[in-house]
Design a protein around this ligand. Structure first.
Ligand code: FAD
Length: 379
């Protein structure tokens, strides 16, 4: 395995970095304070091919691999985790589900719009009482002639109000039965589909998180994704890929906090010298650099397996688990290095600190990652 970045990957990373510097950095605190979801930013990213990173060129996407996808998410998240999170939800959850399990007509109809950002995507699995235990969902889809009638509420959905199209996993069998759920593509314009409560969050405040409500929402059977009963298994596969993106989001946040810490520790003087001279600070930087590098290796390993089409459930969970814990630790230490200034909104590390916590929760908590990893090692 050679994880040396190719020229193409470097070029793509630079494009994402330039975009984040020009379009995101000047406004991120304003969006964070007001919880504004800057939808226009995603339209701009669509023009650069960042909204269909993994989508083949035949459907209007960039046709890139998980390696490039990971560096894009990292570069954007180094500046703003919220935009990184939304980019990940659009690319690997909604778009990723249709790419992996859609038929040709569905791919032609939806991927072309998602890849160019004409459509913003959402992916709904979680409900109020079924987060980690997602298989126990209450939202139902009942067959009526050639249609399905959807009823229920999905919670915590990234772009729950603003998405133009959503992949929604509903129960189509008996509660707790095997293979009892099915995935559907639902367009925003369909009667009976609406956005609900928007969450007021600790971090990731510029990424919209809201309910999606289905009230006798009639969906054509042509919008069913794959076999009836395959919804949960499909979702677990989609999450394998999604977890790589949350690991990349985590490393991006950690790198942002680390780079700010290195700079600050050279510039901040106490006792007539830069605080970087104190071992208490420099050893923190050494730990940060080492842990970030280790997380990156885990991500690259999962990307490599994914690219080769090899099993990677354990490796994606390891990358997500480790990288997200590193993001929290590094951003916590970053606030410590900044001292009192790190506790204010005048410096970037307080936002990294708040944003990082989502990484140990979204797309499966750290405990659930350990469950996945231990299941695989005990197999
Ligand atoms: C900002 C944000 C964006 C999100 N976006 C989406 C989205 O786009 N689509 C979507 O479907 N969902 C989304 N989610 C939901 C997210 O995936 C869930 O929050 C997550 O899976 C955890 O579920 P929960 O919050 O219900 O926690 P719970 O499942 O209630 O867990 C509570 C605690 O119990 C622990 N726990 C639960 N079960 C076990 C167990 N078996 N063993 C050990 N510990 C356990 C958990 O680790 C956690 O610490 C989002 C969440 C957030 C916060």
């Amino acid at each position: 395995m050679n994880f040396q970045q190719s020229e193409l990957t470097q070029h793509i990373a630079q494009t994402a970095k330039d975009f984040a510097g020009q379009y995101i950095k000047p406004h991120l605190m304003e969006w964070d304070e007001s919880q504004e979801f800057p939808i226009h930013i995603f339209k701009e990213m669509g023009k650069l091919g960042l909204m269909g990173v993994l989508v083949p060129e035949q459907y209007g996407g960039s046709g890139l691999s998980y390696f490039e996808y990971s560096v894009i998410i990292q570069e954007i998240s180094k500046v703003c985790g919220s935009i990184g999170l939304s980019l990940a939800a659009h690319n690997s959850l909604c778009t990723g589900h249709i790419l992996a399990f859609g038929n040709e007509a569905q791919k032609e109809k939806y991927l072309t719009k998602l890849a160019t950002a004409e459509f913003l995507g959402a992916w709904g699995l979680t409900e109020a009482n079924t987060g980690s235990d997602a298989g126990n969902m209450k939202t139902t889809a009942i067959k009526e002639g050639k249609d399905w009638i959807l009823n229920g509420t999905k919670c915590w959905i990234t772009h729950g109000k603003s998405a133009d199209v959503a992949v929604v996993v509903c129960r189509t069998g008996e509660p707790r039965a095997k293979d009892n759920s099915t995935a559907f593509i639902v367009e925003r314009c369909i009667p009976g589909f609406s956005g609900g409560k928007k969450e007021n969050k600790l971090g990731m405040r510029a990424s919209e998180t809201a309910e999606m409500i289905f009230d006798n929402c009639r969906i054509s059977d042509t919008n069913r994704l794959g076999e009836v009963g395959a919804g949960f298994k499909q979702s677990m596969k989609v999450l394998d890929g999604g977890r790589i993106s949350i690991a990349a989001l985590s490393v991006g946040i950690a790198k942002g906090a680390f780079e700010a810490s290195v700079q600050y520790s050279k510039e901040r003087y106490q006792f007539d010298q830069p605080i970087a001279n104190f071992q208490g600070i420099s050893f923190k930087l050494a730990d940060m650099a080492t842990e970030i590098a280790a997380a990156e290796l885990l991500i690259n390993n999962a990307c490599y397996l994914k690219m080769k089409g090899l099993p990677m459930t354990k490796e994606a969970a390891m990358a997500k688990y480790y990288a997200s814990e590193v993001a929290v630790k590094v951003s916590t230490d970053a606030v410590q290095i900044f001292g009192g200034y790190g506790y204010t909104k005048d410096f970037p590390v307080e936002k990294f600190y708040r944003d990082s916590k989502l990484c140990t929760i979204g797309e499966g908590t750290s405990e659930i990652q350990k469950l996945v990893i231990s299941r695989e090692v005990l197999r």
